[in-house]
Design a protein around this ligand. Structure first.
Ligand code: ATP
Ligand code: MG
Length: 246
């Protein structure tokens, strides 16, 4: 096992000819949970899509090393096989594809699926429904987390698992994520950080205009963001310090 589950070196990315990630550097040690903050449109989801290898996110320069393997040029399926597992911010609805069908492909462990359904308080009837079709916002989030946790993998990425989730369901979701991420490597994108009340994260990073402006403890960074917004991070970006003076 490599020391770092993920190492991103000087990564710059374009979509449709537009630069959306600019010289991103990020290291996540094996066994740690990291958090990614950043304003709307700063490039958080694009970074995830690039890590997963969607071809429309064109790598202009830099490298992505996953668990010691250079995956920069690998196709999506090989990255997934290496253990990258993503819960998307806005997953598609797919008519004719049942949630239960997908889960059966993700894991042969029916007990695990039933256990997760029970813990997430997600009614088993959902297994018979077309994936995400007519699901409420909170149900989509539960379904994404359910799929990711059923599948497992070496590195779990959750893109805004808490957005649109009510207080009670957040408690349920947060409890399950915390339990399942124990001792594992993960990256969680969140805006308001509510999910952090439930999860012990080791480190947080802030993405501003497509680049990591600073990295520090999740509570420090979240406190600053809630107090002042992202203005102080923009200052960090200007001075290019990797540790904010909070
Ligand atoms: N396929 C695309 N074509 C054109 N622009 C794109 C495409 N995908 C992403 N972008 C742009 O890249 C920028 C970063 O988008 P991204 O979805 O990564 O932001 P984000 O940080 O996840 O924001 P949010 O917090 O709102 O989810 C945005 O300006 C977005 O419009
Ligand atoms: Mg996003």
């Amino acid at each position: 096992m490599a020391r770092n589950i993920l190492e991103i070196e000087n990564l710059s990315v374009e979509v449709s000819g537009k630069r959306i990630l600019d010289d991103v550097n990020l290291q996540i040690p094996n066994g740690e949970v990291h958090v990614l903050f950043g304003p709307n449109g700063s490039g958080k989801s694009s970074l995830i899509m690039t890590i997963l290898g969607f071809p429309s996110f064109k790598i202009i320069s830099g490298r992505i090393i996953f668990n010691g393997v250079d995956i920069t040029d690998l196709p999506i399926n090989e990255r997934v096989n290496l253990g990258i597992n993503v819960a998307f911010q806005n997953p598609p609805s797919i008519r004719g594809v049942k949630l239960g069908g997908i889960l059966n492909r993700l894991t042969p462990d029916k007990e695990k699926i039933n256990e997760l359904l029970m813990k997430l308080k997600f009614p088993p009837e959902f297994l018979e429904r077309d994936i995400n079709l007519g699901f409420s916002g909170g149900e989509v989030k539960k379904s994404e987390v359910l799929q990711v946790l059923a599948h497992g993998g070496k590195f779990i990425i959750l893109d805004e698992p808490d957005s649109g989730v009510d207080v009670m369901n957040l408690r349920i979701l947060g409890g399950v994520i915390k339990e399942e991420l124990q001792g594992r490597s993960a990256l969680i994108i969140t805006h308001l950080g509510v999910i952090l009340q439930y999860i012990n994260a080791h480190m947080a990073h802030v993405l501003i205009n497509g680049t990591i402006a600073c990295s520090d403890s999740p509570t420090k960074i979240l406190g600053q963001i809630l107090n002042e917004g992202y203005t102080w991070c923009e200052k960090c970006l200007r001075t290019r310090t990797q540790r904010c003076e909070l």
